[in-house]
Design a protein around this ligand. Sequence first.
Ligand code: ADP
Ligand code: MG
Length: 417
Amino acid sequence: MPQQLSQLGEFGLIAQIRERFRAPEGVTGIGDDCAILPQNTGRDTLVSTDMLIEGTHFLRRDISPYDLGWKSAAVNISDIAAMGGHPTATFLSLALPGNVTTEWTDEFLRGYAELSDRFGVPLLGGDTTASPDRICINVTVLGECPSVRGALRRDGAKKGDVICVTGTLGDSAGGLKAIFKGLRRDADVQRLIERHYRPVPRVPEGEELRLNLGVNAMMDLSDGLASDLQHILDASGMDAEIDLAAIPLSLALKHVCASQGWDPVQLAVSGGEDYELLFTCTPQAEALLSVPHFVIGKITDRTRGTARITWRGAQGPVAPGFDQRRGNKTGVHKNGHWCNKSGHLPPQNPRKGPKTPTGVQKYRVEWLFSVRLSQAASISSTGYSWQGLAPDGQNAKSLPASRRSMALESGTENRHL
Ligand code: ADP
Ligand code: MG
């Protein structure tokens, strides 16, 4: 009996596609941040693509065209960084309704160019067409890396590896929440909003991590720690322990959360779009890493059929992120990821919530805190103390002390110290 996409969900559909189109021998296809195509030049080509639809991933009146252009390029280039690759080109396809102005397209391209130029990535083509009413943006990104010590995949995590992230988490989710709540844009709020609208992919960090033989698995954090770590564990056949107190939080996030009564750890664990790198490596390699990073947990043996994350130090249930296999109500979008890749919306037919775009977005945040909490699982609250880093994120490893706070507090600019 035919199943509706709303039941199948995004990952069910991807599994259906994967079943029908097997990758040729030696080629890595569906399942990682990029496809990996070996070339006979001693280098592998990396390819990834992403689509952004008005009303689903962004609202035209909320995001400036400049930021949308920036973010469209950034989130795609981040998938190359996620594998330790070097981005080489993007292709931009636009389907635009007639009421989009040339001022809008100018600004969009300015933002797109600014981010692309920062990493020296040329735009080499694309497609342009009319759309009846919504803006649709598709970006394809190409990258490369040497075949020897090739792309860092999600499936290499090993027992005993430490789990690390390259920067503070939760800022983007805090920024989104601040936008919805209409918070006054003081310096802290502004910093969070900037991290939401103008993520900076961790390209040099990714390339450096790929060269380190002790780094075993890597991906970028687009959907949130709880969801994305699950992908590494699924692919690697492992479990994990995360020390919540070791998750790095920016001072801006802590300030805003304190004044609003929000839980910053909840935002850091379940919120998406930080575009930091999540990687696992041997403790020996970690001790010598030059890339700024925070140790947040460790990889453990698989204890049962499905991957399990134990959240150390949890006072109560931790939202593990949406069950990616269950799907959302629309099916074709991210499965309930409330804000990955420029903001996938929640189910289109929520049980509550107004139907206007603003209402939908508002619902998105409420949904994060209600539905996700109700799906809590695999929780351990032992108060375990990890030999990690201070929760205020002041101890970014491998940064000189004088630069640590700057690295954590200078928003997106912190990424290229
Ligand atoms: P990411 O968040 O890193 O961009 P996604 O969650 O979008 O990754 O996709 C997961 C995997 O599924 C990727 O390998 C992607 O290439 C693949 N994928 C997603 N949609 C499709 C599709 N329509 N056809 C083929 N592969 C797809
Ligand atoms: Mg990715």
